[in-house]
Design a protein around this ligand. Structure first.
Ligand code: G3P
Length: 225
């Protein structure tokens, strides 16, 4: 399922609009629009940790975690381990989101730990140099998100679509099997299509859904075909 078609991953961040019952409602709305995950793009939801088990139990939409620790079971307090996320029902996880940065050695450790649990990973990067640095760790996806565009209404797809093709090529030069996602400012299906046409394997977005005035209509735009 993954890697066979482009993904649209929706990060719920810590927005109130995508917490608890709201989180479940969004995931169920996606499922209703796209009942057997048959649409051109595979949906992925990335809820807050406390909502993972509920969404994974109540829907068939793949659920990713926003972050997880590469610890084993044992004497640790106040952390959420990758093992516990797997137990709660995730299929994958974000690593090194620009709002939850990790040192390079931690990124590697986390990617390895996710692989051990058979989880997909989306390793986020701010720059092409960072993308090159993490490419050798072979996460499932590398998501490039220019931090200055996060939460805005301007995506790279609108601002500079040609740069997507260049970025994908540069990353694939280091890691030919890399799958690149584009994030930040993605608001419409048109944005998604521009990213895919330019070689991306999908997108990572948040406010386009979570802060939308009419969430069902936006979801239909993304997943209605
Ligand atoms: O994780 C996705 C995110 O950082 C992009 O946010 O609100 O620009 O879609 P947004």
């Amino acid at each position: 399922m993954f890697l066979e078609k482009p993904i649209i991953a929706i990060n719920f961040k810590t927005y109130k609009e995508s917490l608890g019952d709201n989180a479940l409602e969004i995931a169920k709305a996606i499922e209703e629009i796209n009942p057997h995950l048959k649409a051109k793009c595979l949906p992925v939801v990335v809820p807050q940790t406390v909502d993972i088990r509920l969404i994974a139990k109540e829907t068939t939409i793949p659920v990713f975690a926003q972050h997880g620790e590469a610890f084993d079971y044992g004497k640790n307090t106040g952390y959420t381990t990758i093992k516990s996320l797997k137990n709660a029902g995730v299929t994958g996880m974000l690593i090194n989101h620009s709002e939850h940065k990790l040192a390079l050695n931690k990124i590697e450790e986390t990617i390895i730990a996710a692989k051990k649990e058979d989880l997909y990973s989306i390793c986020c990067v701010d720059t092409i140099d960072q993308a090159r640095a993490v490419a050798c760790f072979s996460p499932t996806y590398i998501a490039l998100e220019p931090p200055e565009l996060i939460g805005t209404d301007v995506s790279i797809a609108q601002k500079d679509p040609e740069i997507i093709e260049k970025v994908v090529k540069k990353i694939k030069f280091i890691q030919p099997n890399a799958h690149v996602l584009i994030g930040a400012g993605i608001k419409t299906r048109k944005d998604v299509e521009i990213c895919i046409e330019n070689g991306a394997s999908g997108v990572l977005l948040a406010s386009g859904v979570t802060k939308a005035k009419d969430i069902p209509t936006v979801l239909f735009d993304f997943f209605g075909r």
